[in-house]
Write a protein that binds this ligand. Structure first.
Ligand code: SF4
Length: 147
């Protein structure tokens, strides 16, 4: 049993989480790392609290109390316009302060966002290929299915 927690971007605070939970069921995107036969429980779900992400400072403590073993930064932090400028900092902070490994991504990158970002400088500026390469390597068919 793997216990995970998810931090979303507060710009999408009203999101119902449909793509994230679907991707967890289908083991796609950031959840492709978990085998289909491995049970995964979501023990925490929160947003960053809004720029500059103050909730990231404390919410992992609650995740830990609920047994979280991994934190996923939602794909919205990667695909937003612009992407979250603090995503690297969030990952480094949570891993260092709380000892929780951080995975960048939840659901696959929807194809329309992938195509839009190819024409924009944001991902290159943020070094996104380095921390989200597993999302960018997903097949076109899967990305299209998450449009
Ligand atoms: S861009 Fe980053 S800091 Fe700002 S609301 Fe989104 S996740 Fe939070």
């Amino acid at each position: 049993m793997k216990k995970i927690a998810i931090v979303t971007c507060a710009r999408y605070r009203d999101c119902g989480g449909g793509k994230c939970f679907r991707a967890l069921r289908e083991r796609r995107g950031g959840f492709a790392r978990y085998a289909a036969e491995e049970a995964v429980e979501v023990v925490g779900f929160s947003n960053c609290g809004g720029c500059p992400g103050g909730n990231v400072e404390n919410v992992p403590a609650e995740f830990l109390k609920n047994g979280a073993q991994v934190v996923h930064l939602a794909t919205g932090l990667v695909v937003g316009y612009p992407p979250c400028p603090r995503i690297r900092g969030f990952k480094a902070f949570i891993e260092s302060r709380y000892g929780l490994p951080v995975v960048v991504g939840t659901h696959p990158i929807p194809l329309k966002y992938m195509e839009a970002h190819r024409a924009l400088p944001f991902w290159e500026q943020a070094g996104m290929a380095e921390i989200a390469s597993h999302l960018m390597a997903e097949s076109r068919e899967v990305m299209e299915a998450y449009n």
